[in-house]
Unconditional design. Structure first.
Length: 304
């Protein structure tokens, strides 16, 4: 990309005593980009986000947002960002509407038609006291406030935790609307289908280290395409070919198998020679990629 990155995280490290929470976190987010930040619990996602928010100081490396240091210039940075955590705590004796308005005022924004539209879309009753809200309704309050703000950078850390599927769809639509307006988003989520639908690029963090970044298309070399094929000639000998895994024989002329991405062209040529009757290919999903990557990494660690 020709544009300069809005967020630049360079070899970020964080130690808590002798524990290395982050050992090497390195990624960039560009203007108008939705970046998915994924990894298992304890991998370092929330620690990274807390550093970006200026809540804790990095032990090493550097992170800049809008060209400003996230620790030294945190006050100036906060004027231009919106943040929603995965577990929102609210003032129990204030109503949801009062809290939304307060969040907006703190950010220099105000209650608008957009706010009213979001309240309706998310199905929030803004008159109720926060102490009566479920976890999902507390998340709605923070999301409505964030989407009402005219920020330059949005950080969502497991934002749909507690939301029902309809509200998850509303969240996804609002994120895509931000992207259409040229806004940048960092989305940390364990819902891989959510990341897959919205994110331009993905960063996988494991044990405090970024182990892979790129588009989903870039990263599909880590996993396999599923092929279901019927042919006029017997095709069971496909099992002997390089890159083919897990062959299931329905009949001599109908098999299902997985194939490595770098062997897909050769396998398609082989199948064509067998006389194709029906062919279905299923590209790998982010969940396939994620699980295969972690299983492979665990095996590599175990094999050391």
């Amino acid at each position: 990309m020709a544009q300069a990155p809005l967020l630049n995280v360079h070899h970020l490290q964080k130690k808590f005593g002798q524990f290395h929470a982050l050992t090497d976190v390195d990624f960039k987010i560009y203007p108008g980009e939705v970046f998915g930040f994924i990894g298992p619990n304890g991998a370092g996602k929330s620690t990274t986000i807390r550093i970006l928010l200026g809540l804790i100081r990095a032990s090493g490396g550097q992170a800049t947002l809008f060209g400003q240091d996230v620790w030294r210039d945190s006050v100036a940075i906060h004027r231009r960002i919106a943040y929603v955590p995965g577990d929102v705590t609210l003032w129990p004796n204030m109503s949801g509407g009062e809290i939304i308005d307060m969040f907006l005022r703190l950010n220099g924004d105000r209650h608008s038609d957009k706010t009213e539209t979001l309240i309706k879309k998310f199905g929030l009753d803004p008159r109720k006291k926060a102490r009566t809200y479920s976890k999902g309704n507390r998340q709605k309050v923070a999301l409505i406030a964030a989407f009402s703000m005219d920020a330059d950078f949005y950080i969502f850390d497991e934002p749909t935790s507690g939301l029902d599927p309809l509200n998850e769809q509303t969240f996804q639509a609002e994120v895509l609307a931000l992207k259409a307006r040229g806004k940048s988003v960092l989305l940390s989520s364990h819902i891989l289908s959510e990341v897959e639908k919205m994110c331009d690029r993905i960063g996988i963090i494991r044990e405090g280290r970024i182990v892979e970044t790129g588009t989903l298309a870039d990263m599909r070399h880590l996993t396999r395409t599923t092929v279901d094929v019927q042919t006029t000639a017997p095709v069971t000998d496909v099992a002997a070919l390089a890159g083919v895994h897990g062959v299931t024989v329905e009949t001599d002329h109908h098999v299902t198998f997985a194939v490595d991405a770098d062997q897909l062209t050769a396998i398609m040529a082989f199948l064509t020679e067998k006389g194709l009757v029906a062919l279905t290919t299923t590209p790998p999903t982010l969940e396939d990629l994620f699980m295969r990557y972690y299983q492979g990494a665990d095996q590599a660690v175990d094999g050391k």
